[in-house]
Write a new protein. Structure first.
Length: 272
């Protein structure tokens, strides 16, 4: 049993796409390439792989089944990366190209203020399956989010002259492809956080975030993703309003309790 006041949150880990951003940003990143019009074809092929995998997997009766399903999505991701690399989609891309398109990213209202209200001692990290950590960093800078954020995401690979080789890190060891990769990384953060007597909060919006949401001391669902809510209902995961968490002097959470909280806007999330 863990007693946790919100003021004890010492590590905040956030998803990127559709949690911090208004919409998914991969199509924006594609604009950095020489031929953005090709991107829709890669998306269609990826979705076809996903459907074939889902159809072949069978029923997911338990949360453990769901985790196995998420882990198995790696094969779809590997195929997607192989197509992207073979076609040389990111070949010739420059750092300036990435910084240019990052200016198109729309950050959710209230996020900048949320950052400013975080205590200086709170460690902050963005954990994403996005293809480019540089893209995320540039988008934050454009939004004048000046706090120091650790960006843990995949990378577009460059040569010594700063030109894209066409390779990406997503298919390499340590790549972040699925929700189970997010879980692996989050669990590596928990031990050090607890040793210092702190608590870790994870905030995310989709099924990819579910393993990390449940592993965190405090898991916060951002927004109203219908698919994620259906998954929570199916596996007996209770979702409460973030205001209920704020109203308590402390939180008592057992790891087995499967309780998450929901916030629909950044202004609701106050760590005081």
């Amino acid at each position: 049993m863990v007693k946790a006041t919100l003021s004890r949150v010492s590590v905040v880990v956030l998803d990127w796409d559709e949690t911090i951003t208004v919409a998914d940003t991969m199509s924006i990143l594609a604009n950095a390439t020489n031929d953005p019009s090709r991107w829709s074809g890669f998306v269609d092929a990826y979705m076809a792989d996903m459907k074939a995998y889902e159809d072949s997997f069978g029923t997911r009766e338990t949360l453990e089944d769901h985790y196995r399903f998420l882990g198995g999505l790696s094969e779809c991701e590997y195929k997607s990366v192989a197509r992207i690399e073979l076609a040389g989609v990111f070949k010739g891309v420059t750092h300036a190209d990435i910084q240019r398109v990052a200016s198109e990213v729309k950050i959710r209202s209230g996020f900048k203020e949320f950052c400013h209200k975080l205590g200086v001692a709170v460690e902050r990290e963005i954990l994403s399956v996005n293809w480019s950590s540089e893209f995320i960093c540039s988008a934050l800078a454009n939004a004048v989010v000046t706090d120091h954020w650790t960006i843990t995401a995949n990378r577009i690979e460059f040569d010594g002259a700063g030109t894209g080789t066409g390779g990406v890190s997503k298919d390499k060891e340590g790549g972040i492809r699925t929700g189970m990769d997010k879980l692996r990384i989050l669990e590596s953060r928990l031990g050090a956080c607890h040793e210092r007597g702190g608590l870790l909060m994870y905030i995310g919006d989709s099924n990819t975030d579910l393993p990390a949401l449940l592993a965190a001391d405090i898991g916060v669902i951002f927004g109203d993703n219908r698919s994620l809510q259906q998954t929570c209902d199916k596996y007996g995961i209770t979702v409460r309003s973030f205001s209920e968490l704020c109203a308590k002097d402390y939180v008592e959470k057992e790891k087995e309790s499967k309780v998450l909280y929901r916030a629909r806007k950044w202004e609701e999330i106050i760590l005081e």
